[in-house]
Write a protein that binds this ligand. Structure first.
Ligand code: E4P
Length: 214
């Protein structure tokens, strides 16, 4: 499973990229707002850091304006992927953009039915939201499993991005369930790096090293 970072914080993207663990970035209007920066400026900067798919979301609700926004965003860089909400207009826009060779990430997916429709409209990526399902006592990972099964059985090429990830266990479960990609917040990536036994192991090695004749 590939790993994207889910943030618009440039410093965090740089660090994750330097560690060699990410190959793409997802943003959304909330993350852009949290960065406190201009949308186009921050997305442009991200394209200069990571050489992989960078999702930038449209905010229009009707297909015509979604497509207009998307065409402008796509001009920023060849790696821009247009994030489109999973609505009837979103599907229309996805179909048009796909025909124009613009990549899309259909977002806010909460059912396998939605994922199937997004794929059939031509979505490059579909993004089921794991944690937002879990907090309502559903199973986000169960949804990933279901979508992965359907896409596998029918040879559907859209890639699954497990989104709305809040802990390392969800990442590992998404990988086991057959997700192609997980988009992960920076703090969760750091949680994944750490293990108390690794720290303890380093401590023991360094202590033992002190007794090595030098
Ligand atoms: C996905 O691309 C979204 O940016 C994302 O993961 C949002 O999820 P959250 O708002 O539940 O964290």
């Amino acid at each position: 499973m590939k790993i994207f970072i889910d943030t618009a914080e440039v410093a965090h993207i740089k660090h994750a990229n330097q560690m060699g663990i990410i190959c793409g970035v997802t943003t959304n209007p909330s993350l852009i707002a949290r960065s406190g920066r201009d949308f186009v400026e921050v997305v442009t900067e991200i394209t200069q850091i990571v050489d992989g798919p960078i999702s930038a979301e449209v905010i229009s609700l009707d297909a015509e304006n979604m497509v207009k926004e998307a065409r402008e965003l796509a001009k920023i860089h060849k790696n821009i992927v247009i994030k489109i909400p999973m609505t009837a207009d979103g599907l229309e826009a996805t179909k048009i953009l796909t025909a124009e060779g613009i990549k899309t990430n259909v977002t806010l997916i909460f059912s396998a039915a939605q994922a199937l429709l997004a794929a059939r409209a031509g979505a490059t990526y579909v993004s089921p939201f794991i944690n937002r399902i879990d907090v309502l006592s559903g199973s986000g990972i169960g949804l990933i499993e279901e979508i992965a099964h359907i896409f596998g059985v029918h040879g559907i090429e859209s890639e699954i991005i497990a989104a709305s990830i809040k802990n390392a266990k969800q990442v590992v479960d998404a990988a086991s369930a057959g997700s192609d990609i997980a988009t992960i917040p920076y703090d969760v990536l750091l949680q994944m790096v750490e293990h108390p036994l690794t720290d303890k192991g380093i401590e023991i090695f360094l202590k033992d090293w002190e007794s090595v004749p030098k």
